[in-house]
Design a protein around this ligand. Structure first.
Ligand code: NAG
Ligand code: NAG
Length: 225
């Protein structure tokens, strides 16, 4: 009986640890993945960390810590959004440091549709333009504002947020995340582009099969199923 209690406690603490988890603290100055290594830090359910082969101090160079692909906007989507992300994939020096970074450009009238990052809080800075922006908390209250050039807004981890360029010139924002792998889930494609059974979507949104078809064609990259 005693050992039962202990093991339940262990399982409970394990779950707590997972719920409260953020990126692990670095175990060394930096961990630029060795080109031949599998790369990123892994943690198992037992909380053990496997440190992959990293470049040592003499192998790493300044190039591992610099990314030059953010001087200009990325490619624009059909919602008028262009995103360039900096992650350990294109900036190896970021690996294990618990951060990542993004540049977002939005055309006049363009949007970054409602989305969230499951593993990171984001803080965004408006470099140029005028952007209607906000997030929704778990009581469905919206916290929104038109941000002017030079203003900063924070989007708490896991909460749905959005942007729309309401100015008369292109807008540019830079954002940083407190995870090297924040994750991104876009609400429209998670709902209509993931293959959720059509009957459920009809009931959830009060839409007809035809309307569901329209949404699926719009948000499922593989087309309506
Ligand atoms: C760094 O790694 C290289 C290649 O594995 C090795 O030859 C060198 O001795 C190492 N340097 C240090 C300071 O550990
Ligand atoms: C933009 O598209 C081009 C051509 O498909 C591609 O080579 C380039 O990497 C893309 N740029 C970004 C920032 O994704």
């Amino acid at each position: 009986m005693g050992s039962m209690k202990v093991s339940w406690f262990a399982i409970l603490s394990l779950h707590l640890a997972i719920v409260l988890a953020s990126d692990p603290d670095p175990l060394q100055d930096f961990c630029v993945p060795h080109p031949r290594s599998a790369g990123f830090i892994r943690s198992t359910v037992h909380g053990m960390i496997t440190v992959p082969p990293c470049k040592n101090s003499s192998e790493a160079t300044a190039d591992d810590f610099v990314f030059s692909g953010m001087k200009v906007a990325g490619n624009f989507s059909d919602t008028g959004l262009a995103v360039v992300s900096v992650s350990p994939t294109n900036l190896p020096g970021l690996n294990t440091l618990g951060m990542s970074f993004v540049r977002a450009d939005i055309e006049v009238g363009g949007i970054n549709p409602p989305h969230f990052h499951p593993r990171a809080t984001e803080i965004a800075y408006v470099v140029e333009g005028k952007v209607y922006s906000g997030f929704v908390d778990s009581s469905n209250k919206v916290f929104d504002r038109v941000l002017e050039k030079g203003e900063v807004m924070v989007f708490p981890r896991g909460l749905v947020h959005f942007f729309m360029n309401v100015g008369d010139k292109p807008a540019t924002l830079f954002g940083s995340f407190n995870s090297q792998n924040p994750g991104l889930q876009k609400i429209p494609s998670a709902v209509f582009g993931s293959g959720i059974d059509e009957k459920l979507l009809q009931k959830a949104f009060g839409l007809t099969p035809k309307q569901i078809g329209t949404m699926r064609r719009k948000f499922d990259p593989k087309g309506a199923r």
